[in-house]
Design a protein around this ligand. Structure first.
Ligand SMILES: [Zn+2]
Length: 361
């Protein structure tokens, strides 16, 4: 690997954020035709840790996914990622058989937390204190000897869907990542819209319910505390403890492993008539529908993409949301809107990270 100036990452990020397709690149890699990019996905919970090596067409050549049960501190997460990078970007994999020294040209990182993308900092992860203002861009740039671009995972996934997924050619995309939390990413005319401090699209912290449940951020009544995967499962389990019939159904469908019931299973139970599942699912339609209705009026997107494990019910989730949005939106705002499931699925964040890297070349 050739050591390259790390400042190129910051310049590239700015050019990327500026919305000027022809913005000047400062890294001197414009003539590079031989090389690779590395995409990295990380989350504070440790649930999602992936590293991929991709060619300049974005084809993933090798990937490693190693989730952690528990991520006690920054060093544990970074130590694991360092091992994965060493494996994925091993010099043997970078040989192409030609007489040119191939190299890593860019690194893209999709982060499941608050990120200041222009400065390359992780601002914070809820519940994981060690990351406050952590210079993640510099860390990976130094590790891999290549400029690095970091962004929030929903922003990365939104860009990934625009470039490689279901959002190709769309003028305005709003991506909703329904996972342990809820993230949102906005791509307008092919560019991520980040806002003044890179929190644009944080739909998980939309205030939707007075005196509602406590969110991961500590506030009450945010959407994430009602409609994230963790919230849906927790509410279902809590309520079922008071209803023996539902509790027995949960035992049956999960073969005794109720803690790991999926959102898809809960939506199916609702469809089969379980009253508790119906209550939980109704709240998801109601509050997620409310949030998306407001997004439609603010942004007027041409497409809303639902991704992450919480989107697994597919049309069971999307059809009622579509109905609500059409009912509560101005017809002029929603008439050409399409609401679809992610095409990149569980790969959205990692492919988004690869796309971040490629877009900066
Ligand atoms: Zn919140």
């Amino acid at each position: 690997m050739t050591t390259q100036p790390t400042s190129g990452g910051t310049a590239g990020t700015e050019a990327f954020a500026s919305g000027q397709p022809g913005a000047q690149r400062t890294s001197g890699n414009l003539l590079a035709t031989e090389g690779f990019v590395v995409g990295i996905e990380l989350s504070s919970s440790g649930a999602r840790q992936s590293v991929a090596l991709a060619d300049l067409n974005g084809t993933i050549l090798h990937r490693v996914r190693r989730p952690l049960e528990y991520a006690p501190d920054t060093q544990t997460v970074l130590g694991l990622l360092d091992e994965m990078i060493a494996e994925v970007a091993h010099p043997d994999r970078l040989r192409t058989g030609r007489n040119i020294e191939p190299r890593i040209l860019r690194v893209g990182v999709a982060v499941g937390g608050l990120v200041e993308a222009r400065e390359g900092l992780v601002k914070r992860f809820h519940h994981t204190p060690g990351w406050i203002n952590f210079p993640l861009q510099d860390y990976f740039a130094e590790k891999l000897g290549a400029p690095c671009i970091i962004d929030n995972n929903a922003n990365a996934a939104a860009l990934g869907e625009y470039v490689r997924g279901v959002g190709q050619g769309e003028r305005g995309i709003f991506y909703v990542g329904l996972g342990r939390g809820i993230g949102g990413g906005l791509v307008i005319n092919g560019r991520i819209f980040r806002g003044a401090t890179c929190t644009a699209g944080e739909i998980g912290h939309f205030f939707v319910k007075e005196d509602g449940p406590i969110c991961s951020c500590g506030q009450a009544g945010h959407l994430e505390a009602i409609a994230s995967v963790q919230a849906i499962v927790r509410t279902m389990l809590d309520l079922s403890s008071e209803y023996p019939e539902t509790a027995a159904t949960l035992q049956r469908v999960t073969e005794g492993d109720t803690e790991h019931i999926s959102v898809d299973q809960i939506f199916r139970l609702a469809e089969e008539g379980d009253p508790i599942a119906q209550r939980v699912v109704h709240d998801v339609y109601h509050y997620l529908g409310m949030a998306l209705t407001n997004i439609v009026h603010l942004v007027n997107p041409s497409m809303i993409i639902l991704g992450g494990p919480g989107s697994s019910p597919g049309e069971r989730l999307i059809a009622p949301l579509r109905e609500r949005i059409q009912k509560y939106c101005l017809p002029e705002a929603s008439q050409s809107l399409r609401i679809v499931q992610s095409a990149l699925g569980p790969e959205a964040n990692l492919l988004g990270a690869v796309t971040l890297a490629l877009q900066d070349l």
